[in-house]
Design a protein around this ligand. Structure first.
Ligand code: ATP
Length: 628
């Protein structure tokens, strides 16, 4: 089959987008290939690379372009037909093909061709450059600072050992590691004390600095989304207020977190950031929460904007979904921990904390900069949510089902969905959870914060956007059900009604609203005949915006699990679809479950839970190979 016929076939069956099609043609026109089979294979390679980058991979590994590996995206039957059209290529064939295409198209990076081949990985040039930049930064950070006696005392004061336990306090180890190294990477699940630990780390660093210098440390806290920044602001201010350190130290620790876009000085009319290598930020310490959400291009931009001697502390949960865009930098960095701590690191940790850890390597590596916090202080051993999150993380389906079906956990509820009626009931139950905030509105309360807080107590999460089990279908059903209960009035003004919750889908720097921000439509405080959408800003202020001024947005009774990342709700209901989709992965379910503070209700067929837990997609990237 010729390459045009192949591309037409892929396009007409909806397997590729017009962009994939035209990109393949563009590269083919410039390649040195002439025979029909090679052209078809090359067209497929380009299409596959583009699909995978769109799905969040940084590159593709040509040895893994096999029928088995492609099935999850195209389905078995379709892949079999495509491979037959391509005359059953083996991975040797793909490698030979890359060698024949021509250096002007695929090179090893020595000339800047649009595609780069590194070992068996194929990249678009842009991704390859980002990856090299990020790897060079972390490799250059493999230095240790001399441990001062004072640090030891400060750590002992902030992390007092309890005589009852001889366990290692990993929070203290994480803090020691952040004092020793200019770059620290701390990962932990919900409630493992990431915020508590970072507040103590900052207190140690500020205290140490106070003795050396009169000018205060310039510390900035940031997060990838507005919601995550708002949460960080709240949790950091709480953690700092309880620190057992003098007021003068607390006052030097910032409590307001920015979004990364704002930190870098993004503007709505310019794709360039104000801060970059040529105009670095004026800061000494940058702390970023929810770091698993940072994609490769953003990580590259952040480190480009850091001044030479600035410290970087990344906090996150490596088990959560990776960023929407390409890359899994935080996960790749945390994965380095398997190399073990070096002898040098173990010695320094011992000096600072008194703990004797096991050295697994003679060489220093980025593993020395990583610490995992495993003990949850939020969920007790009786908490179903904590146990469920751990069972999902470990991929233990039978244990997950035992927990879900057990009556011993008051914070877990499971409803099997096996027919349409059960699905309808599930949505009705979810809709009822939204009655509280609507009742507050109906009672004519002007207390916008209470309304927003009440709405944040519950959220319906789902995996998909399209279809009856997706955000769009669920939002429509919930709107209809709430209208039947007469708590909202769907006689809309251009789609707007009192009580409509919306989520922002695009950043608006001029309005100060960011992707993921949630607002509720209410009568305007200035003129009750008009509507405004009210948002709670990270600094605690309420902002009202006329609907017509809002950037892209959608109704937000149901939201995708991807969008919920960085947020937390009192109770969460999760509705999984009745058919398997490649989006259903272990990290997706883990992320959904860890959004809840008090209660989880899961609605799903058994088979879907099993398949979701058994599906783990590793993001393709070459970062691990580039790290020393
Ligand atoms: N070492 C500790 N001993 C006792 N309680 C702790 C300890 N560390 C943290 N906590 C408590 O556990 C709770 C969760 O801590 P924290 O908010 O720091 O965790 P987190 O990992 O930042 O949570 P998340 O990111 O999931 O919001 C807080 O109430 C905190 O006071």
């Amino acid at each position: 089959m010729g390459h045009i016929a192949l591309l037409d076939k892929l396009k007409s069956s909806g397997m590729i987008m017009p962009l994939d099609y035209h990109l393949a043609l563009f590269f083919i026109r410039q390649s040195k290939l002439t025979d029909s089979l090679a052209l078809s294979r090359f067209a497929f390679l380009i299409v596959w690379l583009n699909i995978e980058v769109r799905a969040g991979h940084v590159c593709i590994n040509i040895t893994q372009i096999t029928k088995h590996n492609l099935e999850y995206r195209f389905g078995r039957e379709y892949v079999t037909r495509i491979f037959s059209d391509l005359d059953e290529p083996t991975w040797h064939d793909w490698i030979k093909l890359c060698e024949r295409v021509g250096q002007n198209i695929i090179s090893d990076g020595s000339c800047l061709s649009p595609l780069i081949r590194n070992d068996n990985r194929i990249y678009f040039q842009r991704m390859w450059l980002y990856e090299k930049h990020v790897a060079a930064y972390f490799n250059s950070a493999l230095t240790c600072q001399v441990v001062e006696r004072q640090a030891n005392q400060l750590l002992n004061d902030l992390f007092p050992s309890t005589s009852a336990s001889h366990d290692i306090d990993w929070q203290k180890v994480a803090a020691a590691l952040a004092v020793i190294h200019p770059v620290a990477i701390i990962s932990g699940g919900p409630g493992t004390g990431k915020t508590t630990t970072i507040s103590k780390i900052l207190a140690v660093l500020v205290s140490m600095h106070q003795h050396d210098s009169l000018s205060p440390l310039r510390i900035v806290a940031a997060a990838p989304t507005g919601k995550a920044a708002a949460r960080l602001t709240e949790s950091l201010s709480k953690a700092i207020s309880t620190l057992p350190v003098p007021k003068s130290i607390k006052q030097r620790i910032p409590i307001e977190a920015l979004t990364l876009h704002r930190l870098l000085g993004a503007s709505s009319n310019n794709r360039q950031y104000r801060y970059h290598q040529g105009n670095p930020l004026s800061i000494d310490i940058l702390l970023i929460d929810e770091a698993s959400m940072i994609d490769l291009p953003m990580m590259s931009s952040v480190i480009a904007a850091l001044p030479n001697n600035a410290r970087l502390i990344l906090l996150g949960d490596k088990e959560q979904l990776s960023s929407v865009e390409a890359g899994a930098v935080f996960g790749d960095l945390c994965a380095q921990l398997q190399r073990g701590y070096s002898e040098q690191q173990v010695q320094m940790i011992s000096q600072l904390t008194g703990y004797v850890l096991e050295a697994k390597s003679a060489q220093v590596s980025i593993a020395d900069h990583v610490c995992l916090l495993q003990k949850s202080y939020r969920f007790s051993s009786e908490s179903g949510i904590g146990l469920l999150a751990n069972a999902i993380k470990a991929g233990r389906y039978p244990h997950v089902m035992t927990l879900l079906q057990s009556k011993n956990y008051s914070d877990l509820t499971f409803h099997e969905i096996s027919c349409r009626d059960q699905y309808q009931q599930a949505v009705e139950q979810c809709a009822n959870n939204y009655l509280n905030y609507l009742q507050i509105i109906i009672s004519k309360s002007n207390d916008i914060k209470t309304i927003l807080d009440s709405f944040a107590q519950f959220r319906l999460l789902c995996a998909l956007r399209e279809g009856p089990f997706g955000v769009l279908g669920l939002n429509e059903m919930i709107e209809r059900l709430l209208a039947q209960k007469k708590v909202i009035n769907l006689i809309k003004r251009d789609g707007w009604y009192i009580g409509r919750p919306i989520m922002i889908l695009k950043n608006s720097f001029s309005l100060g609203l960011f992707n993921g921000d949630i607002g509720i439509t209410l009568p305007s405080l200035d003129d009750a005949n008009k509507l405004k959408v009210y948002f709670l800003l990270p600094n605690g202020e309420i902002k009202g915006v006329a609907p017509f001024r809002l950037p892209e947005h959608e109704t937000a009774y149901a939201m995708t699990i991807h969008k919920s990342q960085g947020s937390e709700f009192g109770s969460v209901s999760i509705i999984l679809p009745n058919e398997y989709s490649p989006l259903l992965t272990r990290s997706l379910l883990y992320t959904a479950v860890t959004r809840a503070k008090n209660h989880i209700t899961l609605y799903s067929p058994y088979t879907i839970i099993e398949k979701t837990i058994n599906t783990q997609i590793e993001r393709q990237s070459g970062l691990a190979n580039l790290l020393i």
